[in-house]
Design a protein around this ligand. Structure first.
Ligand SMILES: Cc1ncc(COP(=O)(O)O)c(C=O)c1O
Length: 422
């Protein structure tokens, strides 16, 4: 990577902006290094330095960071540098440097994810990562898969295609919005297992409500029945502080453009080493043996600048620290939900327990449709959220980010109060 970068011209202004914001965060982090993460979460001086590291729209308050995360200034500027460098030496870069550079990024990403480079590949997103597994497993007519009604639509659609094409059977679990205990959730998944069950899909953090499910315990239970588990970690990776193998899933997919703040079009697929030979790549490959994870990298020409920028996103994330980031995000969610929960007619659809949710929460107003609430928030108050209306969940999803201020959340709670009284 170093060699290729030397060939590129770097505009001083972009580089200094890039270095300054990271530098300021690193300095601010050193000042609060002695604080436990739960206390650091309330240190507004530190978070002011982080807020300044992002671009912000003066036009509205964005509380819809569940779709994807904006890149901080340092990451976006770094991506532009990589694009410039690659465009200066286009196919020379592709032929001479891309593989070495991708390996270097993979080493950093694998170290962060807590796995080996021989059990992960960079993908374009969670959908590509998980569809690779859903379509790559040898499942025969009558084999069963357990999913939940609150799994992400694209993964449910992929299983539905296997139902139509291969005659597999899916059993759908309904999850409570406010589970009384972990065993209530684990039990719901366990009840759906039959002697024909081969695989289970479990979403670590449900996108509709932000509920965090006890994925590790579910995986252990499923393995006890000889069932493999595909984990959808789209929302939990680089949001909650954990390593991928901690989840005990056989296959895990995530999107790096969500909470890692990498550029759009970056994801990760982790496959437990001994499971790699079982999964066919989505795109045919004859370059690598069946037990080599690189068989999944055969996707055509790669978006190299995006891949390089993953390293910059990791640098930004690590300057803040995974524990501090998780606690700040939870603090922001608790800050507004604590104020909103007693407003008349307001219903929280997200469990409040420490290990049951983090940044994302869903809130409804009795007698109002989620679409009407989201529209009124934007039209009258310039606050952007998203309406969620499914058989299980009715409300707006509210997702602050590291750049969200307490003032933004106060405005949101005032607006919600006004709407609940109108
Ligand atoms: C739980 C969950 N899984 C998967 C996805 C799909 O992610 P992507 O569109 O990046 O593939 C999303 C997107 O929001 C999600 O929320």
């Amino acid at each position: 990577m170093k060699q290729a970068s030397l060939l590129a011209a770097s505009p001083a202004a972009a580089l200094s902006l890039n270095q300054n914001t990271l530098h300021q965060i690193t300095e601010a982090a050193a000042r609060i290094a002695h604080l436990p993460a739960t206390e650091a979460a309330r240190d507004e001086d530190f978070w002011f330095a982080v807020q300044r590291a992002f671009y912000q729209s003066p036009q509205f308050i964005n509380l819809e960071n569940g779709y994807y995360s904006p890149q901080p200034v340092s990451v976006a500027e770094a991506q532009w540098e990589h694009i410039r460098m690659i465009n200066q030496i286009p196919s020379f870069y592709m032929r001479r440097h891309q593989f070495e550079d991708r390996d270097a990024v993979k080493r950093q990403l694998a170290a962060f994810a807590g796995c080996g480079t021989d059990e992960m590949v960079i993908t374009r997103n969670t959908t590509e990562a998980l569809d690779t597994v859903i379509f790559g497993l040898d499942l025969a007519r009558g084999d069963e898969a357990v999913v939940s009604t609150q799994d992400y639509g694209s993964m449910l659609a992929a299983f539905e295609q296997r139902v139509r094409r291969d005659g597999i059977v899916t059993r759908k679990v309904t999850l409570p919005l406010h589970p009384k205990s972990k065993s209530e959730i684990i039990g719901a998944y366990e009840k759906a297992i039959t002697p024909r069950t081969k695989v289970m899909l479990v979403t670590h953090m449900i996108n509709l409500t932000g509920q965090v499910v006890p994925v590790r315990e579910i995986c252990d239970m499923a393995h006890g029945h000889g069932v493999e588990v595909i984990v959808d970690a789209a929302h939990s990776f680089a949001h909650l502080d954990f390593k991928l193998p901690d989840l005990h899933g056989d296959y895990v997919g995530t999107s790096l453009h969500k909470w890692l703040c990498a550029p759009l079009g970056a994801g990760l697929l982790y496959v437990k080493k001994e499971k790699i030979p079982k999964v066919w790549p989505l795109f045919g490959d004859t370059d690598y043996p069946a037990d080599d994870i690189r068989k999944f990298e055969h996707i055509g020409t790669h978006p190299c600048a995006t891949h390089l920028t993953i390293a910059d996103a990791l640098r930004f994330h690590e300057a803040i620290g995974s524990g501090r980031k998780e606690e700040r995000l939870r603090y922001l969610k608790n800050y507004w939900t604590e104020k909103a929960k007693d407003l008349p007619g307001v219903v929280l659809n997200t469990p409040a327990g420490r290990d049951q949710s983090c940044a994302i929460a869903n809130v409804g107003i009795k007698g109002k449709s989620p679409a009407d609430v989201a529209t009124a928030l934007y039209d009258k108050h310039r606050i952007f959220t998203v309406a969620i209306e499914t058989p299980d969940v009715k409300g707006i999803r509210v997702t602050p980010h590291l750049y969200t201020t307490l003032g933004d959340l106060d405005k949101f709670v005032r607006a919600l109060g006004e709407l609940s009284r109108s």
